[in-house]
Ligand binder design. Structure first.
Ligand code: NAP
Ligand code: F7E
Length: 325
């Protein structure tokens, strides 16, 4: 067992909660940066951490403030730093490019700069995304595929990726980029399409709703389970040298397939409930993303285990259970 100390940003999110559980199980002392408001409203804002809250060390700080990030890194002196915090909702990035770019790019820069200044031996993980590929020239996408992002979210992640690589190359920081494809779970935020669908299925099955409005049903994504993906983040930081890795299942499915399977699992015919709303289409869509995680398999020994069908069923079951269906 380790006696290492890890610092996470974005600890309240889907990945932050699973990664904290994993690190605790490995014997880590786990610290997290949260927004001050989270400490004022823990029942709501720390809900994903409920089971492990007493074992975590939480620090109020703002990603917009270099001084506050500097203070926490100085206090914690982490061995490993996982930078997960971001405005992560792609649709919203079209409504507010400014806050997306400011939070995601400056937050990454402040954290890298503080780690370099205070704890240069700390290993750093950046949460890169398949959204960086955007309209990719090749299918499937791997570490050599050129980036062509299609949203300010994707652009902010390319900038974070480049900053992370530059701190590795210019200053010798142990800094790794994960290029993670979509990963979901019963802890996924309600705005993302998978959770929007599973929670709507549960409400319809419970007789609390009769309709689900969605955007582009033909978009295809490579969907895996978040619990497995956070282990890949940790594995990246256990290697002798830092590098960048694609994490994906290598399988892709359309939103329509997700919908069909989710409704079917609850004994419902989706065609009776699902309508398409043009307002929910994005100004620039990515029609297909499919990852090639061969490098992660070869170097990290990581591969996904949870199948698409089981992921959909787990999400629907959990949302139905919460409503007593
Ligand atoms: P998530 O559930 O949306 O969590 C985002 C986290 O970032 C939350 O803890 C949130 O804190 C924090 N955050 C957002 N804006 C912030 C700000 N201005 N200041 C401080 N904290 C802020 O996202 P996730 O699915 O766990 O993803 C984790 C990371 O991986 C993100 O960087 C995301 O972009 C990236 N990623 C995700 C996927 C995926 O499929 N899930 C794939 C590739 C990359 P609050 O709770 O206070 O809002
Ligand atoms: O959309 C389509 C939508 O919002 C998936 C983030 O974690 O993964 C996530 O980004 C697809 C898109 O995720 C609705 O147009 C149809 O094609 O669930 P999403 P995302 O945009 O792929 C990447 C890897 C990240 O890095 C991000 O942080 O579903 N879609 N109808 C819809 N999407 C939403 N949200 N809502 C709909 O009604």
């Amino acid at each position: 067992m380790s006696s290492k100390c890890a610092l996470l940003t974005g600890i309240t999110g889907q990945d932050g909660s699973y990664l904290s559980e994993w690190l605790l199980s490995q014997g880590y002392e786990v610290h997290g940066i949260v927004r001050r408001v989270a400490l004022e409203d823990p029942d709501h804002r720390l809900s994903r951490l409920r089971e492990i809250r007493s074992r975590l060390h939480l620090h109020a700080a703002s990603l917009e403030s270099y001084a506050s990030i500097h203070r926490v890194v100085h206090e914690v002196q982490p061995d490993e730093c996982y930078h997960l915090a971001a405005q992560s909702f792609v649709s919203y990035s079209f409504d507010d490019e400014f806050s997306t770019l400011n939070t995601n790019i400056n937050g990454t820069h402040y954290l890298l700069s503080a780690v370099k200044a205070l704890t240069p031996d700390c290993r750093f993980y950046f949460a890169g995304s398949s959204e960086m590929f955007g309209v990719a020239e090749t299918v499937p996408q791997n570490e050599d595929t050129r980036f062509h992002p299609r949203s300010s979210y994707g652009i902010s992640k390319v900038a974070g990726f480049d900053l992370t690589r530059n701190y590795r190359e210019a200053y010798g920081l142990y800094a790794a980029n994960g290029i993670l494809f979509n990963h979901e779970s019963p802890r996924r935020g309600y705005e993302f399409v998978t959770r929007k669908i599973s929670s709507a299925v549960a409400r319809i099955a419970a007789g609390k709703s009769t309709e689900l409005r969605l955007g582009n049903l033909d978009a295809q994504r490579d969907w895996g389970h978040a619990r497995e993906y956070v282990q890949a983040m940790w594995m990246m930081l256990q290697q002798p040298t830092p590098d960048d890795y694609v994490i994906a299942t290598g399988e892709c499915h359309s939103v329509r397939e997700f919908v069909e399977l989710a409704f079917c699992h609850a004994g419902l015919d989706y065609r009776k409930y699902v309508t398409t709303d043009r307002e929910l289409f994005r100004p620039a869509e990515i029609n297909l993303l499919k990852g090639d995680a061969a490098k992660a398999r070869r170097v990290l020994g990581w591969s996904h285990q949870v199948k698409f069908q089981d992921l959909v069923r787990e999400m629907v079951d959990e949302d139905c259970r919460a409503l007593g269906v």
